[in-house]
Design a protein around this ligand. Structure first.
Ligand SMILES: Nc1ncnc2c1ncn2[C@@H]1O[C@H](COP(=O)(O)OP(=O)(O)OP(=O)(O)O)[C@@H](O)[C@H]1O
Ligand SMILES: [Mg+2]
Length: 292
């Protein structure tokens, strides 16, 4: 059984015609319409016939230009929205059922922590919402807080932590219910390069420990290559999968999260393959008025 199965999914959004946009005389949504293939008056096709299978325990990165539908695809997998046509299943269940059965954890770009709760109380939140007893919640939260290296900050509030630490809390929270699937939408987008590389290593370590499948959105080619088994390359207008690059791995001494991987020839070859998949297309396909 696969972790995620996306079959021929198309997603169209209705675009409100004249929603006022500050200082732009109401042209705001028109801009969105031009950005994506319009499939009819008043609709934007964000995803066009997208199919993707993520195996159990597999790490898949999604990369592509802004507006190509990466977040939309994640939201469909998480059942935060519904496809216009096609199907999404998670561990063989319809997306809705998978959400109700809490089959996955989510960490999106904004950490989404509750500022009035401590680190521990934030990590406990999903367990609390689902009625886990207090002692069990506390034990699980402490275990996860240790996993992300924040034990001494367990009683602090989010505003007392750096952005990177807040992201680690969000990752701990996403793991609270032992998900077999993690959905992560640019979770490290706002971080400095050093923190980012450290969290990438931590994520691989956590993933090795939990065996969870991961779908991870990023704008960074090296990040995608360092983390993923496969890199899914998408294009905009309309949002489609244009390439899937299997990342080359060299046998490593110190395990999957070893930073030395970043300097191997295999790593550079995969970075080049993804870069060509992304940019080759931009250069190759004439897009008329959009060419700059
Ligand atoms: N709720 C919505 N209503 C209307 N259009 C939407 C909605 N959500 C997304 N879109 C449109 O769908 C397209 C894809 O958006 P999406 O957020 O999935 O892109 P993305 O690949 O995640 O971009 P980024 O890299 O900037 O995060 C865009 O053209 C966007 O304007
Ligand atoms: Mg997005």
């Amino acid at each position: 059984m696969s972790a995620v199965e996306v079959s021929s999914v198309t997603k169209e959004f209705a675009v409100a015609a004249a929603r006022p946009a500050r200082g732009r005389g109401g042209a705001g949504r028109g801009g969105a319409g031009r950005d994506t293939a319009a499939s009819g008056p008043g609709t934007v096709r964000a995803l066009d016939d997208v199919s993707l299978t993520v195996a159990e325990g597999e790490f898949v990165a999604l990369i592509g230009p802004s507006g190509c539908g990466k977040s939309t695809l994640m939201r469909l997998i998480a059942d935060l929205d519904e496809p216009s046509s096609g199907e999404v299943s998670v561990f063989g269940m319809p997306a809705r059922q998978a959400r109700l059965e809490r089959a996955y954890g989510i960490a999106f770009q904004q950490s989404g922590l509750l500022p009035w709760r401590t680190v521990r109380a934030n990590v406990e939140l999903p367990l609390q919402l689902h009625g886990a007893p207090a002692a069990e919640r506390r034990a699980r939260a402490d275990e996860l807080i240790e996993l992300v290296g924040l034990t001494e900050f367990a009683d602090r509030h989010p505003d007392q932590l750096s952005g990177g630490m807040q992201q680690r809390v969000a990752i701990a929270r996403s793991l609270a219910e032992h998900p077999r699937l993690l959905l992560m939408d640019e979770p490290f987008g706002a971080l400095d390069e050093m923190t980012r590389e450290r969290l990438q290593g931590e994520l691989l370590r956590i993933r090795a420990e939990t065996g969870a499948a991961v779908v991870f959105v990023t704008h960074s080619i090296p990040e995608a290559v360092f983390l993923a088994d496969r890199v899914v390359v998408m294009s905009a207008r309309p949002g489609r999968i244009t390439d899937i690059v299997a990342v080359e791995r060299t046998p490593m001494a110190a395990g999957p999260a070893d930073d030395a991987v970043r300097e191997t020839d295999a790593f550079f070859r995969s970075v080049t393959a993804v870069r060509e998949a992304l940019h080759g297309r931009e250069g190759a396909a004439p897009r008329g008025a959009e060419a700059r």
